[in-house]
Design a protein around this ligand. Structure first.
Ligand code: SAH
Length: 381
């Protein structure tokens, strides 16, 4: 019998489960479709199943593993969903509408280099990216990020990762389409590889949500073994973003402690061997922190470190977080850094800040809402 919790099962695992219940096999696909294609997490509502089976399924745990506790909507349309887990604890995910003029289409386009649907889409439709969490808390300890402040609570099950997508879809406005996923919420996806990979397979399963892997981007602090697994398991089809944040080991180790385990030369080598399809690029995330990693010398070194890699650089002026000893680079520095990197012919953009009035911006997803409020009071945006 499958050990996997119901919402995280593949059709073949459902088939096994159903055989044990004495149910016909073909129900497996029906149930999988209900959950992943129609987003129905309540077995009682799977209307083409016999009532007795629906009841058995409910009893066997076919229920939503997460509950929407709160939806915070920012003026720019960004929505942060606060989701309660069974047994306590809350995680967050964020819906980010891509308005053509917002300048942050790069967030969605992380997975979109060879994609022209943005241009072809009817003007009245809005494409939305969902930023999902993979862990409750985080063990990576990056000094400028709120998500790891209290350490790692636990990794999320694939059912919980996928449920974020299903529940967020219900929050879409009528003119919106959920087109892209970024694994950039709380947690480190590659520190929690198996459930992350299962979630990726569920989300791209043709009988289910059927998302193209090209429209999904996994962001990592740079765990080299995980990068290798992701590359080989998905043949490089899943988009990749790497939180680099510094071009030399001394600076990077100071702000991204994992750099001591996987220093830059190993990380860059892993990126070089990532089986990226032609015309796709790896997104390099670089949070600009005042006086720490934002000098012209850093920009020059960054260009040298990335030489020969198919990348685009996403600069993120640091968002305020609780008790952080660091703050955002001033806007002039951000512009100068961007211009310097772009001057070498590298594609380099500043990611527009989205949703920070509801603490939904990069690095602001936290275990306790109070933490962020504290941070905002200390470091006014
Ligand atoms: N653990 C993964 C997924 C998180 S993605 C990773 O590190 O890539 C979230 C992104 O926001 C990462 O690039 C992270 O470094 C960045 N970030 C974290 N705190 C931030 C802050 N205060 N301001 C701006 N960006 C931040």
């Amino acid at each position: 019998m499958s050990e996997v919790r119901p919402i995280g099962r593949f059709p073949e695992e459902w088939a096994e489960e159903l055989a044990a219940l004495g149910e016909p096999k073909y129900r497996a696909q029906q149930i999988f479709r209900w959950i992943h294609r129609h987003g129905e997490l309540d077995a009682a509502k799977m209307t083409d199943l016999p009532v007795a089976l629906r009841e058995r399924l409910t009893g066997a745990g076919v229920v939503a593993p997460l509950e929407v506790v709160d939806v915070h909507r920012a003026k720019d349309g960004t929505r942060k969903l606060v989701l309660g887990m069974q047994g306590g604890g809350r995680i967050e995910c964020v819906l980010i509408p891509m308005t053509p003029l917002s300048g942050d289409a790069d967030l969605a386009a992380a997975a979109d280099d060879d994609d022209d649907t943005l241009e072809n889409a009817p003007a009245e439709r809005t494409r939305v990216t969902l930023c999902v969490s993979t862990q409750f808390g985080c063990a990576m300890g990056c000094v400028f990020c709120a998500s790891g402040r209290a350490g790692l609570g636990r990794g999320l099950g694939a059912d919980e990762i996928v449920s974020q997508v299903i529940l967020a879809r219900r929050q879409l406005d009528e003119n919106e389409d959920l087109t892209n996923l970024v694994f950039m919420g709380m947690g480190e996806p590659l520190h929690h590889y198996d459930e992350t990979a299962r979630a990726l397979r569920l989300l791209t399963h043709p009988e289910g949500t059927g998302m193209s892997p090209r429209r999904i981007t996994v962001s990592t602090v740079g765990l080299v073994p995980g990068l290798k697994r992701l590359g080989s398991d998905f043949a490089g089809k899943v988009g990749l973003a790497v939180s680099l944040h510094a071009p030399d080991d001394a600076t990077r180790s100071r702000i991204v402690p994992m750099n001591k385990r996987y220093p830059l030369n190993e990380l860059i080598a892993a990126l070089k061997s990532y089986p990226l399809p032609r015309r796709r690029r790896i997104t390099i995330e670089y949070t600009l922190i005042d006086g720490v990693n934002d000098s012209d010398e850093h920009a020059d070194r960054l260009v040298r470190v990335l030489a020969g890699l198919p990348v685009k650089v996403n600069l993120i002026p640091m968002n305020p977080v609780a008790g952080a000893d660091f703050r955002a680079s001033p806007p002039e520095r951000v512009d100068a850094f961007q211009a310097r990197v772009a001057g070498y012919g590298l594609s380099c953009f500043v990611r527009a800040r989205r949703g920070d009035e509801v603490s939904a911006a990069c690095g602001q997803l936290a275990l306790e809402p109070g933490l962020i409020e504290l941070g905002r009071a200390r470091v006014p945006a």
